[in-house]
Design a protein around this ligand. Structure first.
Ligand SMILES: *Cc1c(COP(=O)(O)O)cnc(C)c1O
Length: 356
């Protein structure tokens, strides 16, 4: 038998989560965000499952776009950060990719691309990451419009993960002021805004994390919004030990047993994408029973408290997160966000698909 670490991806859950997007934003087109290997779920698999049902895909690079095309998906694809160099324009043209532009240089590079394909002008409405400053936006929009291209307008919100953050309305107001003179499609909303800020839906929404069944809001879980987790990460116990009171477990004696207790060793570590900073107490499921991680994860293994599952044996199944254990809880325990955990598992684990 091979190493038991597995990532189980439920593509039906992703399709069901898309229905939640549609119900939240019934009039809007959907650009499904599949960057970072579809948040670790496998870009070809997710793009194939969603392609008949979405209006576009959003990716971070041409390489990601080509992986979608290689899966025979013909849905429009948007490069969310635009081209990184002038040389990319040939690939963009050859594959009819749509692109975001956020610099004057990108606008110039695009002069060589066919004019039939829409271009998305990104405007910085206050996040101060990508986008034209309000003062420069008009000239970029106007020069692209003169070239005869369909120009679409977008911005990105900084704080939709907090359910009532005044910056969201400020960003919305600034964006609306800037674009009110221009016709054409508009897009503002990530998952947080799809779920919590209907005034931001505009005519294209850009959900990412919610498609994978995970809540964008700190302190909430996917199930709170009717979402179904699409990724379940499993492995097995590879050893069961009894450690005496006062004995320590793992590197740096990070956990000291207060009593004689059974300890399980799981074939899953930070080399598989488990967060090394997951504190003792991070939930984990062994044989269907919820227990806790103890000590610090190492590269290939982590240790778990088997007191609640005293009959556990090597070979028994372990769930690190997924359908029965929200990744949001594991992330909170590790001082990170679920996005990071989902993206990191693709390093080493083997993927299998489930049908429901
Ligand atoms: C990643 C990304 C999204 C999706 O964000 P979620 O919080 O995962 O929904 C939307 N728009 C842009 C520009 C992005 O980069």
């Amino acid at each position: 038998m091979s190493r038991p670490a597995r990532v189980i991806v439920n593509t039906h859950a992703v399709q069901a989560n898309l229905e939640v997007v549609r119900a939240c934003a019934p009039g809007a087109k959907v650009m499904a965000i599949v960057k970072a290997d579809a948040y670790g779920h496998g870009i070809a698999r997710i793009a194939s499952a969603l392609s008949p049902h979405v209006d576009a895909f959003g990716v971070a690079s041409i390489e990601e776009a080509l992986r979608v095309r290689a899966a025979k998906v013909t849905t429009p694809i948007v490069l969310l950060e635009g081209p990184f160099a002038a040389e990319e324009i040939d690939d963009i043209a050859a594959n009819a990719l749509e692109t975001v532009v956020h610099t004057q240089a990108q606008v110039r590079w695009l002069e060589k691309a066919p004019v039939g394909v829409p271009v998305w002008v990104k405007i910085d409405s206050g996040m101060h990451r990508l986008g034209f400053d309000p003062a420069e936006a008009a000239s970029a929009i106007e020069s692209l419009r003169r070239s005869g291209r369909p120009v679409r307008l977008m911005t990105h919100l900084a704080s939709t993960h907090r359910e009532s953050d005044p910056s969201v309305t400020q960003q919305l107001k600034l964006f609306e002021q800037l674009v009110s003179r221009y016709p054409g499609d508009r897009s503002i909303a990530n998952s947080g805004a799809v779920l919590g800020w209907p005034q931001c839906h505009a005519n294209w929404v850009r959900p990412g994390i919610m498609l994978y069944g995970v809540s964008p809001f700190s302190g909430k879980r996917g199930a709170d919004h009717g979402l179904v987790p699409a990724m379940t990460v499993v492995s097995s116990l590879i050893a069961v030990r009894n450690v005496d009171a006062g004995g320590s477990v793992g590197y740096g004696k990070a956990y000291v047993c207060a009593e004689r207790m059974p300890v399980g060793v799981v074939a899953f570590g930070y080399g598989d994408g488990y967060p090394r900073h997951a504190a003792t107490g991070t939930p984990v499921i062994v044989n269907g029973v919820r227990t806790q991680v103890i000590g610090e994860a190492s590269m290939d293994m982590l240790t778990v408290d088997l007191r609640p599952v005293p009959r556990a044996r090597p070979g028994d199944p372990v769930t690190l997160w997924g359908a029965d254990l929200p990744v949001e809880e594991v992330a909170a325990s590790a001082g990170t966000i679920p996005y990071e955990l989902l993206c990191r598992v693709r390093m080493r684990a083997r993927y299998v698909e489930s049908v429901g």
